[in-house]
Design a protein around this ligand. Structure first.
Ligand SMILES: Nc1ncnc2c1ncn2[C@@H]1O[C@H](COP(=O)(O)OP(=O)(O)OP(=O)(O)O)[C@@H](O)[C@H]1O
Ligand SMILES: [Mg+2]
Length: 112
């Protein structure tokens, strides 16, 4: 199992959700977050010092998927969330040790 995390533009949230649904991903979490990448939101000189003054609102998606779905999930998010402009976001993939369904106590990739 892997967690695919993606930070991307607000306006892409419905399209990303629908595209992941279409490739068979069932569970997903979306959050409203703020962050910055290489441009640091943007910077401005304040009393001679360069300070970061902006954290941009973004959407963060987290979905834990079976290993067999990782590549498809990443490719789908990348394709759907890309505009080609700076600030399109990032995708991170990390290993997951355990997944459990609270209702039944079942564990493993079958519950995803
Ligand atoms: N290394 C990182 N770790 C965690 N979150 C990140 C990281 N880089 C970017 N993010 C998140 O992704 C959002 C969008 O990043 P962004 O697309 O601006 O990255 P970038 O490297 O500056 O690429 P670009 O040049 O296309 O803008 C940030 O606002 C932040 O929330
Ligand atoms: Mg950026």
């Amino acid at each position: 199992m892997k967690k695919v995390e993606a930070v991307f533009r607000h306006e892409k949230v419905n399209e990303v959700r629908d595209a992941l649904d279409a490739i068979g991903i069932k569970g997903m979490t979306f959050s409203e977050v703020k962050g910055c990448g290489h441009q640091k939101g943007y910077t401005e000189t304040y009393r001679g010092a360069k300070v970061t003054i902006h954290l941009r609102p973004k959407i963060k998606l987290e979905t834990v998927v079976d290993d067999s779905l990782v590549e498809k999930a990443v490719a789908t998010i990348e394709e759907v969330a890309r505009t080609g402009e700076i600030g399109d976001g990032k995708i991170f993939v990390s290993p997951i040790e355990q997944a459990r369904r609270i209702r039944t106590g079942e564990a493993g990739p079958e519950i995803l």
